[in-house]
Ligand binder design. Sequence first.
Ligand code: 13P
Length: 251
Amino acid sequence: MKKLMAANWKMYKTVAEGAATAAELVGLLDGRLPADREVLVCPSFTMLSAVAPILSKTPGCSAGAQNFYPAGQGAFTGEIAPEQLLDLGCAYALAGHSERRHVLGEGDELVGRKVTFGLGAGLRMILCVGETIEERRAGQVETVLARQLEKGLEGVLGTATAGNLAVAYEPVWAIGTGEVAGPAEILAAHAFVREKLVALLPTEGASVRILYGGSVKPDNAGIIIRLDNVDGVLVGGASLKADSFSQIVLA
Ligand code: 13P
């Protein structure tokens, strides 16, 4: 599987800014993207229709959504359905990002429904997991990851494959803080996630990609991406500028 180099633009940028950054990014990557790397950009819903066509013109690049509601259509004011995302040219979607869990109050059960529904609808899903600093200090990293993976993947046995599912390990304390997890912490967490994936998805778990996220920058990406069981990165702040994200993609 290709390494998945993913950008999460969170709630930043206007449509014009997003389109300009996407155009600059594909320009920087044109003819330079290694055959074993894939690029994904997850912008706000507002600019998906502008950004997705720019990315999909470049081989190995695609657009994804940061969230959706797990229903086909219906009376869900303010929500967006997977079908509507596919209609905009979205290939991927995130579920369970720490900001949705901790700022918007999403629980494991809703996250699990999103993963199941998204896969069923034809989106490739990235399930985000990760512990808070309090949980790490209390020695609960594996307990938290186990619970988030078990609940997040509860309904996907038989549907999830190495091609349509990825997991992003994003320790909450490393997100947006500049405090990147060290190689030993990343290795231990990813090894545990791999073990759980193999237990939960016996035929596919060994090859489902595991991404690391949390203060990935151009100067640490090269080390992180080469660690065992690191099959990609999910980048916030350093993905907002095409120049710095392209350096990460090529690291
Ligand atoms: P930062 O790269 O800004 O730490 O954000 C990580 C993240 O939340 C990606 O989803």
